[in-house]
Design a protein around this ligand. Sequence first.
Ligand SMILES: [Zn+2]
Ligand SMILES: [Zn+2]
Length: 375
Amino acid sequence: MRSRQRAFSAVMRLCVKCLRVGRRRRFRLAWRLQQLWRYGHLCLGSLLYNSFTNSDVVLDSLFEPIYWLVDHVTRWFGVVFVALVIVLTSSIVAIVYICLLPLILQTYPPGWICWHLAYGHWNLLMILFHYYMAITTPPGHPPQAKSNTVAVSICRKCISPKPARAHHCSICNRCVLKMDHHCPWLNNCVGHYNHRYFFSFCLFMTMGCVYCGISSWDIFREAYAAIQRLKLLEKETLQVAANQTYYQTPPPTFSFRQRAFHKSIVYLWVLCSSVALALGALTLWHAALITRGETSIERHINNKERQRLQKKGRVFRNPYSYGTWANWKVFLGVDTHRHWLTRVLLPSTHLPHGTGLSWDHPPCVTEPRTPLLAI
Ligand SMILES: [Zn+2]
Ligand SMILES: [Zn+2]
C-alpha cells in the first residue's frame, strides 16, 4: 500500500515538474514573440518616421496611385495630342490652299490679294515657328551638380535644392525653372526658356483662327446653305423614288468635288471658330498673368498669401512684378524699340532675361523693384 502511495506521489511530482517547465517555455516563447513584435514595430516606425507628416501628406499618399495613373496617361497622351495639333493644323492649311486661295485669287482685287497672301503666310510662319520652338526647347532645370545656386527650398521628389520660382513636374519627374504648367498639347513643360514660345504660339494660333473664320464667313454661309439644300433635295428624291413603281436612278444633285468643297469649308469654319474661342480664352488668361508678372502656379500661391496677409491687415506685393509695361518687356525680351519688330513680330530665338536660377533686376527695367516680401 505504501509503495503504491510512493509511486503515485512520484508520478504527481513529475507531472507538476513537467507543467512548470512547460509554463516556463510558453512564457519564454511569448516573451520572445513580444520582443520580435516590438523590434519590427520600431524598425517600421524608424523607416516611415517623418516629422512633417500631416493630413495633407497622408491624403497625398492615399491618392498616389491615382496621381501615378494620371501622370503616366498624360505622358503617353502627350504624343497623341501633338500629333492631333499637327494633323488638324495641316488640314486647315490644306483647305485654305486648295479651296480658299483660288477663290481669293479669282475674285478679290489686287490689294486684298496682296493683304491675304502677306498676312496669311506671316501668321502661318509665326504659328509653325513658335510651336516647333515650344515643343523642342527644354523649359530649363536646376543644375544636378553641386553649384552656388541660391535655393529657397528642397524638392521632396528630386531631393535637391529648388531655386525661387522652380517647381517639380510630376509628369516630367523633374524640377522646372519658373514653371508655369505641363502642357499636353506641347508634350513639354512650360518654363523659363519656352514660356515666350508657348504664349506666342497661343496668340498667333488664335489670330490665325480668327483670320480664317472671318475670311471664310461668306463662303461658309454659302457652303452651309448648299449642304442644307442638298439634304432637302436628297430627301425629295428619295420620296419620289419610293412613290415610283419602276426603278429609276435619280439625277445627281451635286458632284463629289462640290460636296467635298462645301463640307471642307464648313469643317474649316467650325474648327477655327471653336479653337479661336477656347484658345483665345486661354491666351487672355495667360496675358493677364504676364501683366501681373505671375505664372499659373504662382497665381494660386500669391492668392493664398494675399488672403493670409489681408487678415493681418498687410498688403501683398509680388516680388517678380516690375509693373504692367515692364513685365511685358521682360517677358518678350524687348530692350530697344527695334526689338518689337525683330523679336516680337518676326521669329526670334533670343533667350529670356536671366538664368531662371536667381532673379536679378532686368536691365530693361528702370523702375525700382518692389520689396521682396510683403509690406
Ligand atoms: Zn523636383
Ligand atoms: Zn512637365
